[in-house]
Unconditional design. Structure first.
Length: 390
């Protein structure tokens, strides 16, 4: 067993860290989060462009399609490094990578030739439109969005929710029911690439606790036409297609939460070595030093799970349970650490002028999405042979 990163991976981490300190340090992230984006006017467009100029949207994408190559390990390193500063804003990169992976793997050659160069260059923004207002975790059983055949294409009607970036995106990677009589909820679903500006598509940003400069939307679809050329993969097999890329998404979320945890530790140590009370630095108080030590030990655990999952993914090994568990562990540790960090900073921890509250707000989401940590526990229990609980 080898727990060391390669020289190439360490060099890449150093390059990304230098870029982060130049283009998106914590102070800049705090400034971006001072405004909530409802209509795209406060979306971090310059950050997106900086990522595009650096070639970061090509990470993990096949070189034959214009990407830089590499696998989940390199993607996880990148996500962790940007998240230690950007926290949840990092997901603007993660969304595009998830969608690009799906298009790379399942779209027609013609569609890949048209879109992949735009995706890896940052010229095209995409959003995930899978979750439904009345379904939540019961996505398949509660799906109301339907796609009916219409000539050479389909007409889609329904609604999606928590579709981050839908209001600024060019396309929605959308899952809809195409066979209402399918014998199982997991069948009869099809994956589409929907023009986000098409007639009948309306996106409304939802005011939310964290990631405020990156809008997450309700999306209404009313008789929206999608040509057959924009079906991703096979009709009625969309859920199976999504499952093959979900592990990659969960690894990225685990890496994001791990990066947040690292950022929380940095801010906690900084404050504990500067702040004085009762005639000494507060880092000398055992309770403070133990809290920070606990954060560090949990960072070690989160890293092990995240990068083990990435290694399994890159080596074509089963990693559904590992990637799900990594996401749950890292998100819970990150939220707990940020909450403890607020306590360390005292009143300043509650101030919007300090980083800690931003870390807490952003990390809290990832105990819910893209899969709840309670559902992760269901999956782990079932994998152990316990009866299915849902």
């Amino acid at each position: 067993m080898d727990f060391a990163f390669s020289e190439e991976e360490n060099d890449f981490r150093a390059i990304v860290r230098e870029w982060v300190e130049d283009k998106c340090p914590k102070e800049h992230a705090l400034e971006l989060e001072s405004h909530e984006d409802h209509d795209g006017s406060h979306f971090p467009h310059q950050l997106w462009q900086d990522m595009a100029d650096a070639g970061f949207f090509g990470i993990g994408i096949e070189e034959e399609l214009g990407g830089q190559g590499g696998g989940a390990m390199i993607q996880a390193i990148f996500m962790e490094e940007i998240a230690r500063s950007l926290a949840g804003i990092s997901w603007i990169w993660g969304i595009n990578q998830f969608n690009a992976k799906s298009i790379q793997r399942f779209a027609s050659d013609a569609l890949k030739a048209e879109l992949m160069p735009k995706l890896v260059s940052g010229q095209c923004k995409t959003a995930i439109a899978v979750t439904e207002p009345g379904a939540g975790t019961d996505l398949l059983g509660g799906m109301i969005t339907n796609a009916e055949p219409d000539g050479d294409g389909f007409r889609i009607s329904g609604a999606k929710v928590w579709s981050t970036m839908a209001h600024v995106s060019d396309y929605l990677l959308l899952l809809a029911t195409t066979d209402r009589d399918a014998e199982k909820p997991s069948r009869g679903k099809t994956l589409f690439l929907v023009d986000a500006k098409a007639d009948g598509v309306v996106a409304r940003a939802i005011p939310k606790l964290g990631m405020r400069c990156v809008g997450s939307c309700e999306v209404a679809l009313d008789n929206v036409y999608v040509p057959g050329t924009h079906v991703i993969g096979e009709v009625n097999k969309g859920w199976n297609h999504i499952l093959t890329t979900l592990n990659n998404e969960r690894i990225l979320v685990a890496a994001l939460a791990t990066g947040v945890l690292r950022g929380v530790i940095e801010e906690s140590v900084k404050y504990a070595t500067e702040r004085e009370a009762f005639g000494k630095k507060i880092g000398q108080f055992q309770v403070i030093s133990h809290w920070i030590a606990d954060m560090q030990m949990r960072l070690m655990q989160a890293e092990l799970m995240t990068y083990k999952s990435a290694w399994l993914y890159d080596n074509d090994q089963p990693c559904h349970i590992e990637s799900s568990a990594a996401k749950a562990i890292a998100s819970e540790y990150a939220t707990e650490a940020a909450d403890r960090g607020i306590q360390i900073l005292g009143g300043y921890g509650y101030s919007a002028e300090y980083q800690m509250q931003r870390y807490w707000r952003d990390a809290r989401l990832y105990q819910i999405g893209p899969i709840t940590n309670q559902m992760v526990r269901n999956l782990v229990a079932e994998d152990l042979g316990l009866p299915r609980s849902f």
